[in-house]
Write a protein that binds this ligand. Structure first.
Ligand code: ATP
Length: 239
């Protein structure tokens, strides 16, 4: 249905053994948006992303993508449907060449446009092209984050899920990575859902945002409205 959001998360629950980490999370991401989910350590951000991509089981609620229920779809079926995750800590394959890491992102594809998508990734991240034959392990933290984003783009996602893209990066690199995320959204039409502890960086580029606290959505609003909110400023912006 054309009025369905691209992603709908409804009263989602997820547990580690007997410990429930997500207590019924509901949110949505419309096509074309950049949506940020901010929250502190252990709030459940990573668990939520991993549940959406299907690598972490859900124990209740439902997930739909483009109006279709994907609650029981395998992780690779979700990738094939257009959901790609950039995992926390990048998880690149250090001994493999940069270009081989990128090609792994296209492993489910059989179409003829893989080569032009690789050129697009190199256009976004020239440093990856310069060093494409070198082992990925030799890249700096910021370059590895770029590689992880590039690898996710090689699956041609409609929805890009990013887990703490700013983690471990110097401020200037955080700005660079967030600029690229905006370009992908604007120029390539990729819808973005990102989770961050760096609330300032994330809400600054977000159309809309959510605040998660101990496995529950505590607030929701436009990016700039949350940035201006007294409670958000005290709890997450240190002001
Ligand atoms: P961070 O920013 O530190 O990654 P987060 O918001 O991503 O935090 P999660 O990693 O999703 O939070 O953790 C949510 C809750 O689930 C926490 O209470 C955490 O201790 C718990 N948890 C996470 N991973 C596991 C696991 N593998 N086994 C048991 N409990 C876990």
């Amino acid at each position: 249905h054309s009025t369905d959001p691209l992603l709908r998360v409804e009263t989602l629950r997820s547990s580690y053994g007997r410990i429930e980490a997500l207590h019924g999370v509901s949110l949505s991401v419309a096509s074309g948006e950049i949506v940020a989910l901010v929250g502190g350590n252990g709030a459940g951000k990573t668990t939520l992303l991993r549940t959406i991509s299907g690598v972490q089981p859900m124990t209740g609620g439902s997930l739909s993508f483009q109006g279709r229920d994907i609650s029981r779809a395998s992780p690779h079926a979700r990738v094939a449907a257009g959901i790609a995750q950039v995992p926390e800590g990048r998880q690149i394959f250090a001994p493999l060449a940069i270009e081989d890491n990128l090609r792994l992102g296209a492993y489910l594809r059989k179409d003829a446009e893989i080569a032009s998508d690789l050129e697009r990734v190199y256009d976004l991240f020239p440093v990856l092209k310069e060093r494409r034959r070198n082992p990925a392990g030799g890249l700096s933290g910021g370059q590895q984050q770029m590689l992880a984003i590039g690898r996710a783009l090689m699956s041609r996602p409609k929805l890009l899920l990013l887990d703490e893209p700013s983690m471990g990066l110097a401020p200037v690199l955080v700005d660079q990575v967030f600029e690229i995320i905006q370009r992908l959204n604007r120029e390539d039409g990729v819808t973005v859902f990102l989770v961050e502890q760096n609330a300032f960086a994330a809400l600054s580029i977000a159309t809309r945002g959510y605040v998660i606290e101990t496995g529950e959505i505590a607030m929701e609003g436009k990016g700039e409205a949350l940035l201006a909110d007294e409670r958000v400023r005290e709890a997450y912006l240190g002001v």
